[in-house]
Design a protein around this ligand. Sequence first.
Ligand SMILES: [Zn+2]
Length: 61
Amino acid sequence: MPRVMIKCPNTGKQIYTGVNLNWETFESYRFGTQSVPCPECHASHQWSRVDAILDETGGGS
Ligand SMILES: [Zn+2]
């Protein structure tokens, strides 16, 4: 299942939010505002649906 990624505002890298959604769910899901501990810069980032990117290729298992 695709991983929901956001872009780290400090490093510009994509980070995994810990959420997995398929496209159909992604379109209808009510995210609200989430927060994720960033593995790149070790800050905590707030994100919502407009920030989210689905990564279909990197999931592996
Ligand atoms: Zn970050």
